[in-house]
Design a protein around this ligand. Structure first.
Ligand SMILES: Cc1ncc(COP(=O)(O)O)c(C=O)c1O
Length: 436
């Protein structure tokens, strides 16, 4: 029986050649570190619906879905049709446009904290500006984030992302002293740490479901407890809903948890597949960034970006949200239930040897190691067997035509069906058998 690597190499020869060439031009051949996997990533030619196809003609049912941004699947027609219509009237103005206004109307109706909005082109920029706003509004410096929390590569927030959390994430970072990290879902320890910096605490930034850190939902008590502490100490509560916004229902997670964040960041899904980051905040908080009536001494610069609120992203984002709004029952009922089935059935195939995490249409498999029975935070996730996880995902790419970015959570789109989940379960079952 040939190995998964042999099968993969044989069926992706053209990808291998192109990727070799890519390495001549790009560091490690890629433009985002996580897109590389061994021995080399296949080179994509096209994608439609649930399927991504490579230059060798292989087709994969995709669970990476463009960094989890494509909730309707690839090249979804409700978005494509409106974008095509917009193209002849220009894709870049650098001036005010009407689609931004109507897009924001939809966001504001769905996300109550969005009393004022600023658009940028990436989630990374959105969290960077959220942090700056918190410091500006409070006059304090320290930002607390979660161990394993991922908010993009900004110098500020690139701390305690990967295990071991106490080591610096990268060379070239400065001023890490104004960022501290707290353990996810451990309210007591988190509060103990926050107490030590409360007088200079500008804010806490949290993902309600830890995405890159292991697809782990926060408990409601944890989020409420942190929020209470933060507000009692005149700091801001920043929720990063870049993954979770419009993922489980039409809107954000936070209203269902009765949370009252000061700023929410959005991205991914709300761009309809085009580049976006959104800073949504309460009027009182966001007014500091109004440069028209503040002097240099009391204003906060946020926003900026040549391509922010460009007509194509605004059109695609609005098309996406309009479709989701109109079809929210069908879309969310379907994908949430497929996610539920995936978590339940995959767990069964591994017979107690894995922990399934996730929520709604997001799911992740963790191969348990001795002494770990559940995955409640990114430390638990990192102490699971990530080598087997990569092998599991890679075998599915090579043998089953199923694509999870190795090591990452899977996202189900509206284009997936029950039979796709059944395929993943069957592939999991074959992999489980190979482990015995
Ligand atoms: C929770 C969260 N915040 C921020 C970001 C950064 O977004 P972007 O990659 O668009 O810069 C990501 C990206 O994966 C994310 O998952």
């Amino acid at each position: 029986m040939p190995s998964a690597i042999d099968i993969y190499r044989k069926k992706t020869r053209r990808s291998a050649r192109i990727f070799e060439k890519s390495k001549r031009y790009h560091v490690n051949g890629v433009s985002h570190n996580i897109r590389f996997f061994k021995p080399y990533p296949f080179v994509t030619k096209s994608a439609k619906g649930k399927t991504i196809s490579d230059v060798d003609g292989n087709r994969y049912t995709d669970y990476w879905m463009g960094h989890w941004s494509l909730i309707l699947g690839h090249a979804a027609s409700p978005v494509a049709n409106l974008v095509k219509k917009q193209l002849p009237s220009c894709w870049m103005h650098g001036t005010v446009n009407e689609m931004t206004v109507s897009f924001s109307e939809v966001i504001q109706n769905a996300v109550p904290v969005a009393e004022k909005i600023r658009y940028v082109s990436t989630g990374t920029e959105a969290t960077m500006y959220a942090v700056r706003t918190a410091r500006a509004v409070t006059g304090k410096k320290i930002i607390a984030k979660i161990d394993g929390g991922w908010h993009g590569y900004t110098t500020d927030l690139l701390k305690s992302v990967n295990w071991p959390f106490e080591q610096p994430e990268s060379r070239g970072l400065v001023d890490e002293s104004h960022i501290i990290s707290i353990p996810y879902n451990d309210l007591e320890k988190s509060i103990q740490i926050l107490q030590t910096v409360k007088d200079d605490l500008a804010g806490v930034i949290i993902e309600p479901v830890l995405g890159g850190g292991g697809c782990i939902p926060a408990t409601k008590e944890y989020l409420i407890g942190i929020q209470e502490f933060v507000h009692k100490n005149n700091s801001l509560f920043l929720l990063d809903e870049i993954v979770t916004g419009f993922r489980f229902s039409f809107g954000c997670i936070y209203p269902s948890m009765k949370l009252d964040p000061d700023i929410v960041t959005l991205g991914k899904i709300v761009g309809g597949g085009f580049p976006i980051g959104v800073i949504c905040g309460k009027e009182d908080v966001m007014k500091t960034s109004n440069t028209s009536n503040h002097t240099k001494l009391d204003r906060t610069y946020i926003g900026g970006g040549t391509f922010s609120a460009n007509p194509i992203t605004m059109t695609s984002g609005r098309a996406m949200l309009q479709f989701l709004k109109k079809n929210s029952n069908q879309v969310y009922k379907k994908i949430n239930s497929l996610g539920e089935t995936a978590r339940k059935e995959i767990a069964k195939t591994f017979d107690g040897k894995v922990a399934m995490t996730g929520m709604g249409s997001l799911f992740m498999t963790h191969f348990l190691e001795d002494g770990i029975n559940e995955v409640r935070d990114a430390s638990d996730a990192a102490r699971c067997n990530t080598e087997i996880l990569h092998r599991y995902h890679f075998e599915m790419i090579a043998k089953d035509g199923i694509f999870f970015l190795p090591g990452k959570l899977g996202a189900i789109s509206y284009a997936h069906n029950k039979s796709d989940i059944k395929d993943v379960v069957e592939a999991s079952s074959r992999f489980a058998a190979s482990l015995k």
